[in-house]
Ligand binder design. Structure first.
Ligand code: KG4
Ligand code: ZN
Length: 354
């Protein structure tokens, strides 16, 4: 590590876990000097979802130009970089490997530390970039394309996973339902827009595991209920009330997420609640969670739209805090496609503190 003080460390972050190739430069833990995101959404749209092999190929083509552009926008040179942070999972294996290989090559040639970052922890840390005052402890509701979880962030390197989804993630349900309704990929933002024009109480879709104190989620039953409803409407020859379906489905997802998140924050004695992951960009979720948090006396924050979905600034931020606690990777770092969120609490059975 350079002899600079941590506030001046320049962290290069790389993200390539799915369909966004991104590079960012961070000064210290929270000052974003650049955050360049090259999205492949238009490439995958015609297939209705991400095609892993095509994603890997595009990452290979994009990664170096994206890094160059991040350095240019940050007005720094490669030799100024103090450490390289990269997503090593979860995600598509071929896609992850592109970022990991690039990060290893850069760290090795520059003689600087390499930091492997869990993408889901990166989503949580996006909140530190949007809310400069935010400090642990807080409760985080993580809702991405592949994961839905409640995490008690006790400190920068101490988390307790309270519960996650038993089956589908919330984002997955958004994407699947959108696809069946003939909406283009990715479905989440399309459902969000449609829902604004529909009646959230038009159709009573189910809510799973809604008993008090249960912090696990399940969205496969809801997904099937919506798909069955759509099929039966089609069979009856009815025109689909797409806006009402979108609004009612979204309402059902939001009520479960909001109720559990607020309850978990209160039960853990946390005064703060944050939202993380791609689905955090959902306007209905953000509005409803803000309202419920306020009513419960909780301070609420969520990342700006750009920082909600996949980006390298959040990875650099997580990497910075890992470096502060001396948590570096060696050059054997490999992609771990199935990496999940787990507790990072040495004394996991200690009583919850506020
Ligand atoms: O976190 P993310 O960018 O990628 C993963 O790590 O999975 O999340 C992508 C997910 C997709 O399922 C996408 O449909 C969903 O986030 N999403 C939304 C919205 N914007 C993105 N879901 C609901 N409403 C939105 N506005
Ligand atoms: Zn993500």
């Amino acid at each position: 590590m350079s002899r600079k003080i941590p506030e001046e460390w320049l962290t290069l972050g790389l993200e390539s876990s799915c369909d966004e190739t991104s590079a960012a430069v961070l000064r210290g833990g929270r000052e974003v000097l650049s955050n360049v995101i090259s999205t492949q959404i238009p490439v995958h749209q015609k297939f209705g979802g991400v095609v892993p092999e095509i994603a890997s190929r595009h990452h290979i083509v994009n990664i170096m130009p994206v890094i160059d552009e991040a350095l240019r926008q940050a007005e720094v040179r490669l030799k100024d970089i103090d450490q390289v942070a990269v997503t090593y999972g979860p995600g598509l294996v071929g896609a992850l490997l592109v970022g990991v290989a690039a990060a290893k090559g850069l760290a090795f040639s520059l003689g600087v530390p390499l930091i492997g970052v869990n993408h889901l922890e990166g989503h949580i840390f996006a909140n530190f970039l949007s809310d400069k005052e935010l400090e642990p402890p807080f409760m985080a509701l993580v809702v991405s394309g592949g994961h839905t979880a409640l995490v008690h962030v006790k400190d920068y390197d101490r988390f307790t996973l309270l519960g996650q989804t038993r089956d589908d993630a919330a984002g997955e349900a958004f994407d699947k339902i959108a696809r069946v309704m003939g909406l283009p990929y990715p479905g989440g933002p399309r459902i969000d827009a449609l829902a604004r024009e529909g009646n959230p109480l038009a159709i009573d879709f189910p809510r799973a595991l809604d008993e008090k104190g249960n912090y696990e989620f399940s969205f496969s039953g809801l997904k099937s209920a919506v798909l069955n409803y759509i099929n039966s409407e089609k069979m009856k020859g009815h025109e689909l009330a797409k806006a009402d379906i979108a609004a009612s489905f979204q309402h059902s997802v939001i009520e479960v997420l909001v109720t559990k998140a607020v309850e978990a924050a209160k039960a853990a004695g946390c005064g703060r609640l944050v939202l993380a992951g791609g689905v955090a960009a959902n306007s209905g979720l953000e509005a409803r969670l803000r309202e419920a948090a306020q009513a419960a006396g909780l301070r609420f924050s969520y990342p700006s739209r750009l920082l909600c979905t996949d980006n390298a600034a959040m990875i650099a931020c997580r990497g910075y805090y890992q470096a502060l606690s001396g948590e570096y990777s060696d050059f054997y770092l490999n992609a771990v496609p199935g990496l999940g969120l787990s507790s990072r609490v040495p004394d996991d059975h200690e009583p919850e503190e506020g």
